[in-house]
Design a protein around this ligand. Structure first.
Ligand code: NAP
Length: 248
């Protein structure tokens, strides 16, 4: 029996990067995967096909995680299409980096809306279903930057730190109904998000990591697999660092 056989999962932002890696690992583990994208339709449809070929149910939805109304609509559609939701992974995220001195109000608000308010939107939208079934696992993709801070990322760090407070509060509110909520704090994971950085900065990050390499989407996906499955049935309210030892 596969670890997530027959489980229905929603992943936000899975057209590429870490979200795509999670979808692939979860598909291999037998999960039915509903996932979202905001604009990358072609890669999303390609992933939908790749997952379907694994013999699981898979569907891509265009939905802005930062919108409360779109998140409610999305969850209603997924319930109609899949019949239930066992796992929610709040993964969608963006960066709009700048030193505080140069950061505009819009860049602060947009990052908070897409990275943090999205977690409220989606968690609220799946809550009723999980409460009814008295079971569920919610995983929020935070960052080491939310734990430690990072110059040039006040907006991003605030959004990722906010996700940790949200995670711990949901764990306290919903634990009595066997709904678990945990966060993952990835370190430096090599995706399109980090492709924006120059090679010198990237090498600097790699050198500072005890395991001497950047992480892969699969490294993060494997941690998600553990937190989504019953292997972690007694774990809630935690932040799991997947960072090659960066914060040690
Ligand atoms: P990425 O390669 O830039 O991919 C981001 C994904 O999110 C894409 O599928 C994108 O879809 C989607 N997305 C963006 N805005 C969205 C919105 N408003 N609604 C729905 N989907 C949206 O990023 P990544 O590196 O995989 O990062 C994934 C998550 O891990 C993020 O929350 C990020 O903060 C976190 N993280 C990453 C790292 C790292 O080193 N890479 C480290 C720590 C934490 P479209 O292409 O359609 O826009």
């Amino acid at each position: 029996m596969k670890l997530l056989e027959g489980k229905n999962v929603i992943i936000t932002g899975a057209s590429r990067g870490i979200g795509k890696g999670i979808a692939q690992v979860f598909g291999k583990a037998g999960a039915n995967v509903a996932f979202t994208y905001s604009s990358s339709e072609a890669p999303a449809l390609e992933l939908e096909q790749e997952l379907s070929a694994m013999g699981v149910k898979a569907k891509a939805y265009k939905s802005n995680a930062g919108s409360f109304a779109e998140s409610e609509e999305l969850v209603a559609k997924v319930l109609e299409d899949f019949g239930g939701i066992d796992v929610l992974i709040n993964n969608a995220g963006i960066t709009k980096d700048n030193l505080l001195m140069r950061m505009g109000e819009e860049d602060f608000d947009t990052v908070i809306e897409i990275n943090l308010k999205s977690v409220f939107n989606m968690t609220k939208a799946v809550q009723r279903t999980m409460l009814k079934q008295r079971k569920g696992s919610i995983i929020n993709m935070s960052s080491v930057v939310g734990v430690k801070g990072n110059a040039g990322q006040t907006n991003y760090a605030a959004s990722k730190a906010g996700m940790i407070g949200f995670t711990k509060s949901v764990a306290l509110e919903l634990g009595s109904r066997s709904i678990r909520c945990n966060a993952i704090a990835p370190g430096f994971i090599e995706t399109e998000m980090t492709d924006k950085l120059d090679e010198k900065t990237v090498q600097g990050w790699r050198d500072a990591i005890p395991l001497k390499r950047g992480g892969s989407p699969e490294d993060v996906a494997n941690a998600c697999l553990f937190l989504a499955s019953d292997m972690s049935a007694y774990i809630t309210g935690q932040v799991l660092n997947v960072d090659g030892g960066m914060l040690t």
